[in-house]
Design a protein around this ligand. Structure first.
Ligand SMILES: Nc1ncnc2c1ncn2[C@@H]1O[C@H](COP(=O)(O)OP(=O)(O)O)[C@@H](O)[C@H]1O
Ligand SMILES: [Mg+2]
Length: 509
C-alpha cells in the first residue's frame, strides 16, 4: 500500500511530534546531524499546528504516540521493551502508554461471532454480554454456551483493525527508510530492523489463533501447578478473529480492596506469582511476559489465574541452565562463579579478564544485597547485570530483556500484595529445585541418554559406515572424500553410547 496517503501520514506524524515537543527528543536519540535537526525544526515549526495536541500531562514522546492512535501506541509499547534501541530512560518513559480504547458496538461483535461460527450466535450462545474490556486490537465479552451452560470469555478482533494497522505499518516502513537515508548516523539504531520486529509482533496479534495456541501450550505446561490456573481454550470455536476461553471467575489483582474484603491470603498470592513466573521460565522455558495486575485474577478458592496470552517469552534450555547458575551465584554471592559461567557459556569473549569481570559483578551485587530484604529486586539486579555484560562485550538478547522486564513487573505485583516480600527467599527454592534437576549428575545422564537416542537413529547405517571408514584406511591411495565427519561422529558417538550403556548397567547393579 504505497501511495500519497503515506506522505500525509508522515506529515501528520512529524507535525504531531513537533507540536508535542517530542521531535527534539527523537532527533537527539537518533544523533541526527545538525543540518537535519535545523531543517526539521524550520520545516516542522509552521506545520506544527496541523499536528495533534495530545494529553499535555504526559511526557512528550508518549504524548505524541498516544495522540496518533493504536498502531503508534503499540509501537511505543514494543519500544518500551527495547532499551537496547531507545535507551533505558526512554524505555521507562514509554511504559506509561495504556492500551485502552472505547469498546466497539456489541452488534458488530455479534456479527463477527456469527460470521466466524458460520451459524447464528444464538445457536451456540444462550447469553452474550456487553463488552467487559476493550483495547486497541480486541475486546472481550462474557457469554454462556448453550449446550453445556458453561460461561466463556469471547475475545474479538476490532472490525477493520487489520487494514488500519497495515496502513500505519506501511507509513512506518517509509519513515524508517527516509530516516536511514537522511541520517546515516541513525543506522546504529537499525530503524528498519525495528520496524520489521514491530510488524512481526503486531501481525501475530492480529491473528487470535496465535494467542489461542499460546494459551493452549501454557495450559498444558501448567496443568499440574497447584494454585495456578490458565483458562482452557475452546478450539472448536476459535478462529483468526475470535478466541473463546473458559470464563475465569474471581477478582482482578488490581482491586486490592475487594481482595482484602474477601480475606484472601495476600502473602501467599505474592509468593505464588513470583514462584510461578520463575518456575515457568526455568522449567518450561515458556513464560507469561505480560503479568501486570490487569491480566491476573484471584479465583474464589484463592488460586492465581493468568489471562491474556498475547505476549509470551521463550528461553532455550541452554540459556535457562546458564541463568539458573547465574542466579544461584548471586544468591550465594559467589561473584567469581557468576563470572565464570559467563565465560564458560561464551557470553563474554574469552580475551576478557575473569577477575575484572567478577569485580564488576560485585559492584553490581553488593549495593543491592546491602539493602533491606524487602527492597531487593531481582529484576533490577538483572538490568545492572546486562549493563555490565554489555560493557564486557556481550550482546544483550531480546528474550532476556523480556525476562528481566517481566521480572520487574511480577515483583511489583508481588510487593503490592505483600510489601515485605523477600524476593530472594521466595525465588531460592525454585532455582534450587531447577538446579538439582538440570545441572549435575541427573542432567548429565539425561543429556547422554538423549545423545544415545539421536545416534541410535544411525544404527542401521553404522556397519556400512564403519566398513567404508576401514576400507578408506586400508587403501589410502584411493581418492578421499572431503567430509569425513559423519564417520568420525558416529564412531565417537557409538563409543560414547556403549560407555553410557555400560555405566547404566553398572549403576543398576
Ligand atoms: N478467560 C477470561 N475469564 C474472565 N475474564 C477474562 C477472560 N479473558 C479476559 N477477561 C477479561 O477481559 C480483560 C481483557 O482481556 P485481555 O485478554 O487481557 O485483553 P487485552 O489483550 O486487550 O489486554 C481482562 O483483563 C479480564 O478482565
Ligand atoms: Mg490484558
Amino acid at each position: 500500500m504505497r501511495g500519497p496517503h503515506n506522505i500525509w501520514r508522515l506529515a501528520r506524524t512529524g507535525a504531531t511530534f513537533e507540536r508535542t515537543g517530542a521531535m527534539g527528543a527523537v532527533l537527539e536519540a537518533m544523533e541526527a546531524p545538525r543540518a537535519i535537526r535545523i531543517a526539521a525544526r524550520v520545516l516542522g515549526w509552521p506545520l506544527k499546528w496541523f499536528g495533534l495536541r495530545g494529553d499535555p500531562s504526559m511526557p512528550p514522546v508518549p504524548r505524541a504516540l498516544q495522540a496518533l492512535g493504536p498502531a503508534y501506541i503499540k509501537f511505543g509499547q514494543i519500544l518500551s521493551t527495547r532499551p537496547d534501541v531507545v535507551g533505558p530512560e526512554m524505555a521507562l518513559e514509554l511504559q506509561v502508554l495504556q492500551d485502552k480504547l472505547p469498546p466497539f458496538p456489541t452488534t458488530d461483535a455479534r456479527r463477527v461471532v456469527a460470521e466466524e461460527l458460520g451459524q447464528p450466535l444464538e445457536a451456540v450462545f444462550s447469553d452474550f454480554s456487553e463488552p467487559v474490556a476493550a483495547a486497541s486490537i480486541a475486546q472481550v465479552h462474557r457469554a454462556t454456551l448453550k449446550e453445556s451452560g458453561r460461561d466463556v470469555a469471547v475475545k474479538i478482533l476490532r472490525p477493520g483493525i487489520d487494514r488500519a494497522f497495515r496502513k500505519d505499518v506501511d507509513a512506518f516502513h517509509l519513515m524508517a527508510t527516509l530516516i536511514e537515508t537522511l541520517s546515516p548516523s541513525s543506522r546504529r539504531l537499525r530503524p528498519r530492523d525495528v520496524i520489521d520486529h514491530f510488524e512481526g509482533v503486531v501481525l501475530q496479534e492480529l491473528d487470535l489463533r496465535i494467542e489461542a495456541s499460546a494459551a493452549g501450550e501454557f495450559f498444558a505446561n501448567t496443568e499440574a501447578d497447584e494454585g495456578f490456573v490458565v483458562p482452557k481454550v475452546e478450539w472448536g470455536m476459535s478462529s483468526r478473529r475470535m478466541m473463546v476461553l473458559g470464563w475465569a471467575d474471581g477478582l482482578p489483582l488490581s482491586d486490592l480492596d475487594a481482595i482484602n474484603a474477601a480475606g484472601h491470603d495476600k502473602v501467599g498470592l505474592a509468593r505464588t506469582a513470583l514462584q510461578m513466573f520463575l518456575r515457568h521460565a526455568l522449567r518450561d522455558g515458556y513464560f507469561h511476559a505480560d503479568m501486570h495486575q490487569g491480566n491476573l485474577k484471584v479465583a474464589p478458592n484463592g488460586d492465581l489465574v493468568a489471562l491474556d496470552f498475547g505476549i509470551m517469552g521463550r528461553l532455550d534450555e541452554y540459556t535457562r541452565r546458564v541463568y539458573a547458575e547465574i542466579l544461584m551465584g548471586f544468591i550465594r554471592k559467589d561473584y567469581r562463579r557468576v563470572a565464570e559461567v559467563h565465560f564458560e557459556a561464551g557470553y563474554v569473549p574469552a580475551d576478557r579478564d575473569v577477575a575484572e569481570f567478577a569485580q564488576a559483578l560485585r559492584s553490581v551485587g553488593e549495593p543491592i544485597f546491602g539493602m533491606e530484604a524487602s527492597k531487593i529486586s531481582m529484576g533490577r539486579l538483572l538490568a545492572f547485570l546486562f549493563e555490565v555484560t554489555e560493557r564486557f562485550g556481550m550482546e544483550t538478547r531480546t528474550e532476556l530483556i523480556l525476562l528481566q522486564r517481566t521480572m520487574v513487573v511480577v515483583e511489583g505485583v508481588g510487593r503490592s500484595l505483600d510489601p515485605d516480600l523477600n524476593i530472594w527467599a521466595a525465588a531460592r527454592p525454585v532455582v534450587e529445585e531447577y538446579i538439582a534437576r538440570n545441572i549435575g549428575p541427573q542432567a548429565v545422564a539425561r543429556d547422554l541418554w538423549r545423545t544415545a537416542l539421536v545416534l541410535s537413529r544411525f544404527g542401521p547405517r553404522l556397519p556400512q559406515l564403519a566398513e567404508a571408514a576401514l576400507i578408506a584406511q586400508a587403501h589410502p591411495e584411493r581418492p578421499k572424500r572431503e567430509n569425513r565427519w559423519p564417520e568420525r561422529v558416529l564412531l565417537g558417538g557409538g563409543g560414547l553410547a556403549l560407555g553410557l550403556a555400560a555405566a547404566l548397567i553398572w549403576a543398576a547393579f
